[in-house]
Ligand binder design. Structure first.
Ligand code: NAP
Length: 522
């Protein structure tokens, strides 16, 4: 096995390199320049710059790698570098900051001031990118990252197009990474796709869903398709139902203005939960490459049975958090949050029952729930299997037998557990459920790379497997739009509430009880 040579001359060899271990031989991206639109914002500070620095520590960045920060604030390159140093010191995975690596990394950081909507501001960007090609050998390869408020995604793409920045010298590449949210509904997502695709080919567009950068989300593919024993069970014949939970203990954290227009359905269901659903339910792809994987994922979304507006109440529950206690601290209700209307009917909790109209999953309900101000932050997918066809041991069990459950923990505990029944030692045939558990952290004894590290590296390498394709985004919006349309046919003045720090409204429990099932307590 050959190991790629170091690319940052000053970087000392790291002791372990999780991205290089295992069966995969890592490639090093070609030299390139990355432009971060919104470089003075929160995402750049907390996620992008720390992830890029961590990639530098791992020696996974190409020689001459350069970053141009672009935003409205007036600041010099040296002030920008100082801000980025603070960001890396505070948030990078590899701490403390290594001065030699930082110096080498910071030498490639520059700042261009401008307004996104002012086409003339891009002249300075063009000049800076040309300088980087000459002086740092970036070869005309560009990665444009839209870390900006969503209303600027279209205008920036158009201005890049006006300046010809979507093209470069023969053999070079230009790619556009777009943050979430991608549209507000199907129409706006289509319009944005049309704008972007009129300038960048679809192969050059990388729509981020950072959930796909998480190790354990990728592990769903490995678990399903690298093991022969689970796939035969992965269908309507053996699966009773699937539960997907994305629980947050946080509230809206000052983002009330955005959240009022999004709600849990747009903020979580349209993107992260639809991605988890498609990875769990997809057919095996013909190869592990961008289009074969995304072809299978999009088929799942297309198979989601439409919910007729008049029946929406039978397939969905929505609610809003009221005041309560989370991790022992008292917190306000949603309507008392900043920039939230006192009579808001925005959902902070959503539960859904979806069916997939295809051969594998006919008749198997997929229950999805997500909420803010739940007791803890946890993301989990649980496959609950059908019971044994004939219960030999029923008479002697002290408690009702629990079904077999395979739970895939995505965060914070990354791992897999399988619940099954065993005999309790003793003279009677008493049964109890036990868990066989695999835990990522203890099994490999390394910290997983941050999702943004993996995604940024993949984008530089031109691998869009873990990015959302145009048709996936639009299919996910089709599902969400239909649900929202159902809610709008029967407008309410009040939503059911749940006390902050509880697992959601009673209506969500009844929703499951009516089907003879119950939510898991992850
Ligand atoms: N923050 C996160 O953790 C997170 C997570 C997931 C997704 N996202 C998405 O990432 C995107 C960025 O989020 P953020 O939290 O980083 O936003 P933010 O903190 O508000 O940053 C916005 C950035 O855009 C710049 N900007 C705004 N209007 C501009 C204009 N007209 N011309 C030039 N620059 C302008 C700001 O520059 P000035 O300060 O110079 O005005 C700032 O650098 C959003 O779409 C968000 O939904 C963020």
């Amino acid at each position: 096995m050959s190991i790629t040579p170091p690319t940052l001359a000053t970087a000392p060899a790291p002791t372990t390199n999780p991205l290089r271990e295992g069966l995969r031989i890592e490639r090093t991206p070609a030299p390139c320049a990355m432009v971060i639109f919104g470089a003075s914002g929160d995402l750049t500070h907390r996620k992008l710059m720390p992830a890029l620095y961590d990639l530098a520590v791992e020696r996974l960045l190409p020689a001459g790698f350069s970053i141009v920060g672009f935003a409205r604030q007036d600041m010099s390159t040296s002030v920008f570098r100082a801000h980025m140093r603070d960001a890396v010191t505070q948030y990078a995975r590899r701490a403390p900051l290594d001065e030699a690596i930082w110096d080498s990394f910071a030498a490639g950081l520059t700042y261009v001031r401008g307004d996104f909507t002012d086409v003339h501001a891009y002249d300075a960007l063009v000049a800076e990118l040309e300088r980087l090609d000459r002086e740092r050998g970036t070869l005309g390869n560009r990665l444009y990252y839209l870390a900006t408020p969503p209303e600027f995604y279209g205008p920036i793409a158009e201005n890049l197009g006006r300046c010809g920045l979507q093209h470069g010298p023969a053999g070079s590449w230009q790619r556009l990474i777009v943050e979430k949210p991608f549209g507000h509904d199907l129409n706006s997502a289509r319009t944005l796709n049309n704008t972007i695709n009129s300038i960048f080919d679809e192969q050059a567009v990388y729509r981020i869903d950072h959930y796909l950068g998480k190790e354990t989300v990728q592990n769903i593919l490995a678990f399903r398709f690298a093991n022969g024993i689970f796939e035969p069970l992965w269908s309507r014949q053996y699966v009773d139902h699937v539960q997907i939970t994305v629980a947050e203990s946080l509230g809206v954290e000052g983002r009330g203005g955005y959240y009022e227009h999004a709600g849990a359905i747009r903020d979580m269901v349209q993107n992260h939960m639809m991605q988890l659903l498609s990875l769990i339910a997809m057919e095996p792809p013909i190869e592990l490459a961008a289009d074969p994987v995304r072809d299978e994922k999009v088929k799942v979304l297309r198979a989601v049975r439409p919910i007729q507006p008049a029946l929406t109440h039978r397939f969905t529950v929505r609610a809003q958090y009221d005041r309560g206690f989370v991790h022992g601290s008292e917190v306000v209700g949603y309507r008392d949050e900043e920039r939230v209307a006192a009579d808001s009917t925005t959902d902070t909790y959503v539960a859904l029952k979806l069916f997939l109209d295809n051969w594998r999953w006919a008749g198997v309900p997929f229950y999805l729930r997500t909420g803010k101000r739940l007791p803890k932050r946890v993301t989990e997918v649980a496959i609950q299997f059908k019971r044994a066809p004939h219960l030999l041991f029923h008479a002697d069990t002290a408690e009702p037998m629990e079904p077999n459950v395979l739970a895939l923990g995505i965060q914070p505990n990354e791992g897999i557990s399988l619940k099954f029944a065993v005999k309790v030692p003793g003279p009677t045939m008493q049964l109890r459920s036990v868990n066989m558990a695999f835990n990522y952290g203890s099994a490999f004894n390394i910290t997983s790379p941050d999702a943004y590290e993996r995604l940024l590296l993949d984008a530089m390498l031109g691998d869009s497997t873990l990015f959302t394709r145009r048709d996936e985004v639009e299919q996910a919006w089709r599902i969400v739009d239909q649900i929202v349309a159902g809610w709008e046919t029967a407008p309410v003045t009040e939503l059911p509430t749940y006390a902050a720090g509880t697992w959601g409204p009673q209506a969500a429990d009844r929703f499951m009880q009516d089907d003879g099932r119950a939510w898991r307590q992850p």
